[in-house]
Design a protein around this ligand. Structure first.
Ligand code: BG6
Length: 502
């Protein structure tokens, strides 16, 4: 690890004492992400001695049973290199700190009795985490509100973390905002987008606004087009029931991809504080011209080969209807109507069962206004491209032109860049550490505000409506996606960066 230019930063303060109430205690999210994140926070000494966890689940669980179950899951991660959290060993000290603070109660999320029971147990600061299916978001917040659990008295805070999906279109997102805001103030709601928990996504603002050599060229005069990719090799796995009515557009675009878009394209906020940052994000999303079907491609994976193995078609996955028209792939061309980006196309794509796993933003710069290298010597001339890599191998790579060694002046393209792991200790984090910590600290910068969410749905709503009965374009599993997506860029004389290579 190179640390030549890395300076130590002061330790972050410990979060204030609070109770974390997890609705959906026995669920997948609690096991896979929340517990590893809490363990990491405990390892870093960021949790107060009075911190405690109260799980709520509709199944009957005992404190000891839940503790044993979660301990076994944490241990299983050490043997599973594909787990989101992968540690060599579970340190008994921080895990013991979490384990002894775990308590659980049984309760139906729609029953008044559950919230009465909670009201009898909770005092002081509380974070309510809704790790439940989206249909429970409204009822749980209403239950909390009616039981008086969202009242912030004696300086104590009551905050609610809401997972995605937040609504399924503009109308339902608005309705959900209305329901929850009838029970509490906007400042109490922390709407999660886990992409914002990724260090490298947060770092986009640092790269843009802390580097004098980049900020001036981050605009239409110098940028030709921008690609945003979130490509996965996995299929829909066991999530068919959720995915069938959802599809790739709703699952990934107005949330994860738009968060990447805002980070790369928003104006510099007046200050690095939650409201200034979120104001700029909302302005950017509001400036997206509503997407039309002519500028969009929807695909679905057919049978193919992934990683040298046969991969089933989407229609043959569990809980998926055979002639399903749900899209597992989306490509979009977006236009942003503001002085910085007018005329610069933003191409977004996301999909499952693609040729490579890659989440990245690629900024393609224009050719220099005058080039000396027009003849044979200029044959190797390429456009500068800066890739901000989020997954895998977080870092960045920039394509530049140099002189090829030899007696003649001939150009060659090279790539220069860095990997985070070369400079920083790659602690095995799951991305939820910062989000949980920020919520306890009362910093909503990395959470979505009601207006940003609604503006995001508004941008894609015309497409959602137009796609109700639209056919899908098929692509073989393990391929780069449907050919129609290549045509979308081809119309503008552009091509996607390949997915398979580094
Ligand atoms: C989730 C989607 O929000 O994000 C999944 O529901 C998707 O379908 C996942 O696989 C991708 O997240 P990551 O962090 O693995 O890139």
């Amino acid at each position: 690890m190179s640390d030549a230019c890395v300076h130590d930063s002061p330790d972050p303060p410990q979060a204030p004492p609070c109770t974390l109430v997890i609705f959906g205690a026995g669920g997948d999210l609690t096991k896979r992400l929340l517990m590893p994140a809490l363990y990491n926070l405990a390892s870093g000494g960021l949790l107060d001695q009075k911190f405690s966890i109260l799980g709520v689940d509709h199944n009957s669980l005992t404190d000891e049973g839940w503790r044993d179950d979660l301990t076994a899951t944490m241990e299983s991660f050490t043997k599973d290199p594909s787990a989101e959290f992968h540690a060599e060993r579970i340190d008994p000290q921080p895990w013991g700190f979490i384990r002894e603070r775990l308590h659980v109660i049984q309760g139906d999320f729609a029953e008044e009795a559950t919230f009465k029971d909670l009201a009898g147990r909770l005092t002081g600061n509380v974070v309510f985490y809704l790790a439940v299916a989206a249909r429970f978001f409204g009822p749980v917040v209403e239950g909390l509100g009616k039981a008086g659990l969202l009242k912030q008295t004696d300086g104590a805070f009551r905050r609610i973390v809401i997972e995605k999906p937040f609504g399924a279109d503009l109308a339902s997102a608005k309705a959900l905002n209305e329901t929850i805001l009838a029970q509490g103030d906007e400042s109490q709601f922390y709407r999660i987008d886990h992409f914002l928990g990724k260090e490298t996504v947060q770092s986009i603002l640092a790269i843009r606004f802390a580097n004098a050599m980049l900020e001036p060229i981050w605009r239409r005069e110098y940028v030709d087009y921008i690609e945003i990719t979130a490509a996965e090799t996995i299929g829909v796995e066991e999530r068919g029931r959720f995915y069938e009515p959802t599809g790739a557009l709703r699952d990934m675009v107005p949330n994860h991809l738009f968060q990447l878009l805002t980070m790369v394209a928003m104006e510099p906020p007046g200050a690095f504080d939650a409201e200034a940052v979120r104001d700029e994000k909302t302005k950017l999303v509001t400036a997206i011209r509503p997407v039309t079907p002519e500028n969009a491609v929807r695909g679905q994976y057919a049978a193919g080969r992934e990683d040298g193995q046969d991969a089933a078609a989407y229609g043959d996955e569990p809980d998926v209807v055979e002639d399903s028209r749900t899209e597992t792939y989306v490509a979009l061309k977006l236009e942003i109507e503001n002085p910085r980006w007018s005329g610069v196309p933003f191409y977004l794509r996301t999909g499952k069962r693609l040729a490579g796993r890659r989440t990245e933003i690629a900024i393609h710069f224009k050719a220099p206004p005058f080039t000396l290298f027009r003849g044979a010597e200029g044959r190797g001339l390429v456009q500068n491209v800066m890739r901000l890599r989020i997954d895998p191998e977080p870092g960045s790579a920039t394509r530049l032109n140099v002189k090829r060694p030899g007696p003649q002046m001939h150009l060659a393209a090279i790539e220069t860049g860095f990997c985070y792991a070369d400079f920083f200790d790659p602690a095995p984090t799951v991305g939820y550490e910062t989000l949980l910590y920020d919520c306890m600290m009362g910093d909503p910068t990395l959470f979505q505000r009601a207006d940003t969410i609604e503006a995001s749905w508004a941008a894609v709503d015309p497409l959602i409506q137009a796609w109700k009965d639209a056919p899908v374009c098929f692509y073989p599993a393990g391929s780069p996606g449907p050919k129609e997506a290549d045509e979308l860029l081809g119309r503008d004389g552009h091509v996607w960066l390949p997915l398979g290579e580094k």
